[in-house]
Design a protein around this ligand. Structure first.
Ligand code: KG4
Ligand code: ZN
Length: 396
């Protein structure tokens, strides 16, 4: 099955074509064409993602990315596809329509079986661009549509990042064993999700306030670092760890809810504690920034690791999957791996390569494949952007 995946939930515009087959241990896929444009530099001056700007950038980027992915996949053929419905479908995406009509008039329908698109969670104006783009292509090419939950995309990506046939990394082809626990850590989510079977989810814990990625971004901002703060803190803390011998430890941050009798998280207290330190030491020296980054990462890693290990023990978890932008964090990756090997349960740990930890369309195409292979197509009219779409609501 050849699937086109489309992702526009936040500040990455992404399109990916995969060919996938099989189920369970026999599942394999090949990336035929993958294209992504990050809007990070555009949103950085605002210190966060600016929805109206994100919508405009997605509109501008989707057609060029589709052309790139189709060309890489060798699926781009000149010809003509007509579609009368585009004016209506893309009534609110005039910039996108202005590019898509000439594109369709010069290209024939590619050999694709289904179109998968993120319908939530995320920023609704941004989600709508991807959804309407998918609907327009589905109408023009007469293809079925699969709505994909972005968080399921992160899980599937992490679970199967080692299954690409053409991947040359030295990873083993592992089968996912159940129960599987997903630790989802991104800019909008911090969740522990238990799966007793494939594509079935139970939320066992979540953040009560800020998501961990949001805390990285806010703490970085307090320290005067650019947006997004996650990669900045990651780098700064790594330098600090290299210097640890000479770096004096003068600050301590809290580990919120680390001993609470549940799997919930809280990160806003750490941010408040950082604010107090910043206020007391302003202007911050480079050494102080390094100390904060290091201690902040220690705090996040300890809380995340401790709750995850406890859930593994309680639910007898066989596979742990880590997904979402924060799973790109080197120290958090190492902390989880270390804790798992020390705890001796032999739980398999699956984390995607760092470049596929953050948002991309491969994850949407993969999740789309599993939904499509179950015949879970949706009527174009029924697909809507759902900013707060829950994973637990994903149809089984
Ligand atoms: O999954 P993602 O790309 O988008 C959302 O769905 O939110 O995650 C983005 C988040 C941002 O908060 C960003 O600061 C964080 O992931 N992030 C990181 C790192 N790379 C991205 N956080 C810590 N360390 C990193 N290396
Ligand atoms: Zn994400």
């Amino acid at each position: 099955m050849i699937i086109l995946g489309i992702e526009t939930s936040c500040d990455e515009t992404a399109v990916c074509l995969i060919e996938a087959k099989g189920e369970g241990a026999d599942f394999t896929y090949t990336v035929l064409g993958n294209a992504l444009i990050s809007q990070i530099d555009i949103h950085a001056p605002y210190g966060g993602v600016f929805p109206a700007l994100a919508k405009r950038e997605h509109e501008k980027n989707l057609v060029p990315l589709l052309e790139m992915a189709l060309a890489k996949a060798g699926l781009s053929e000149s010809g003509d596809t007509s579609c009368e419905k585009l004016e209506t479908i893309l009534a609110r995406e005039t910039e996108l329509r202005a590019q898509l009509i000439p594109f369709l008039q010069t290209h024939t329908k590619p050999h694709i079986d289904a179109i998968a698109v993120t319908n939530g969670p995320g920023l609704e104006p941004a989600l709508w661009v991807g959804i309407n783009f998918a609907k327009a292509l589905a109408a023009a090419w007469n293809l079925p549509l699969v709505p994909v939950n972005h968080m399921e995309g992160h899980i599937v990506m992490s679970a199967f990042s080692n299954r690409e046939k053409s991947m040359t990394r030295d990873v083993h082809i592992n089968e996912v064993h159940f129960p599987m626990l997903s630790l989802l850590i991104s800019g909008g989510h911090t969740e522990l999700v238990l799966s007793k079977e494939w594509m079935h989810y139970e939320l066992i814990g979540q953040t009560r306030d800020d998501a961990v990625g949001e805390a990285f971004d806010k703490v970085a901002r307090l320290m005067g670092l650019p947006y997004p703060g996650g990669p900045e803190i990651d780098r700064l803390a790594r330098t600090a760890r290299d210097l640890q011998e000479s770096l004096q430890k003068t600050i301590t941050l809290p580990r919120p809810m680390i001993d609470s009798d549940n799997y919930d998280f809280s990160f806003s207290g750490i941010k408040t504690a950082v604010r107090k330190i910043v206020d007391a030491h302003s202007p911050l020296t480079e050494e102080m920034k390094m100390q904060i980054a290091l201690e902040f990462e220690n705090s996040c890693a300890e809380v995340l690791t401790s709750k995850t290990i406890r859930a593994i023990e309680e639910y007898n978890v066989k596979t742990i999957v880590v997904g979402g932008g924060v799973s790109a964090n080197v120290f958090i990756r190492e902390s989880l791996a270390r804790a798992l090997s020390e705890n001796g349960y032999g739980t398999q740990l699956l984390i995607p390569p760092r470049e596929f930890a953050t948002d991309n369309a491969l994850m949407i195409a993969l999740s789309g494949y599993f939904r499509a292979s179950r015949g879970e197509y949706a009527d174009a009219d029924s697909i809507r952007a759902q900013g707060n779409l829950k994973l637990a609501e994903v149809k089984k």
